[in-house]
Design a protein around this ligand. Structure first.
Ligand code: NAG
Ligand code: NAG
Ligand code: NAG
Ligand code: NAG
Length: 200
């Protein structure tokens, strides 16, 4: 884990204990997906849908053309708005293929993944070469390489829940969560999720 500095980590835990019960709501406000290599992948979907005033569902569907994926890393970093967006506490890079073997090693990564995985088909280790039911988000391991099934990386109708947020060290404000993915050490896409947190 690279949280930058230990003080930042301790501040995080301090805020966490202070803010545990006063979050009113958390929601997505904007979403952008950047594709750095159109021959490698395609964003089939990258959108937000308002379900009610304080509930917004996120859907991202990344179609990958070159399978299987055996080497996949992800960088997560967070910015908070204060005269422009400034780096905020978290900046971690992880080998996604290893991550699922022991997600507790990366507390912030675990927090994000715990929120995301119920809405995604990402919960399995590499290689990503499986047959997935796009609507039901069910994946079947498929190591039979004579058939090259397309495997989209999908997060579907993800709604942020206040309960998940109770353990987030984040006060009221506008945040930007950036998820950058690399395959074989080359950055291929970036997702910018803008999030608003409001305390009571
Ligand atoms: C996080 O780290 C990456 C790579 O070291 C860097 O490019 C990025 O700007 C950092 N983000 C923040 C918010 O500090
Ligand atoms: C994710 O995968 C692990 C291991 O296969 C399983 O124990 C866990 O229940 C899965 N989580 C979800 C939300 O499907
Ligand atoms: C791969 O799967 C196909 C379809 O299920 C099957 O016909 C074929 O025999 C399998 N090949 C191997 C090497 O298992
Ligand atoms: C991922 O791929 C890069 C580039 O081919 C390589 O340098 C790196 O060692 C690979 N990582 C793993 C965990 O296989």
């Amino acid at each position: 884990m690279n949280l930058g500095t230990l003080p930042a980590f301790i501040t995080g835990f301090y805020l966490l204990t202070q803010l545990a019960s006063i979050i009113a709501y958390i929601k997505f406000t904007n979403l952008k997906c950047e594709n750095y290599d159109k021959s490698f992948l395609n964003f089939r979907k990258c959108d937000l849908k308002a379900l009610s005033r304080n509930k917004v569902a996120l859907t991202v569907d990344v179609q990958i053309f070159q399978l299987p994926i055996r080497n996949f890393s992800v960088n997560l970093d967070v910015y908070r708005k204060a005269n422009g967006y400034r780096p905020f506490l978290f900046n971690i890079t992880t080998n996604f293929c290893e991550f699922f073997k022991n997600r507790k090693r990366l507390p912030f990564g675990k927090l994000i993944m715990d929120a995301v995985e119920l809405y995604s088909n990402l919960n399995h280790s590499c290689p990503f070469n499986v047959r997935c039911h796009v609507l039901k988000l069910v994946c079947f391991s498929f190591y039979n390489n004579s058939y090259n099934f397309k495997h989209d990386l999908i997060v579907k109708d993800l709604v942020l829940q206040n309960e998940q947020l109770q353990s987030l060290p984040a006060p009221t404000g506008e945040y930007l969560l950036r998820i950058t993915a690399a395959f074989y050490n080359v950055w291929k896409f970036k997702v910018h999720a803008y999030i608003q947190i409001v305390e009571e």
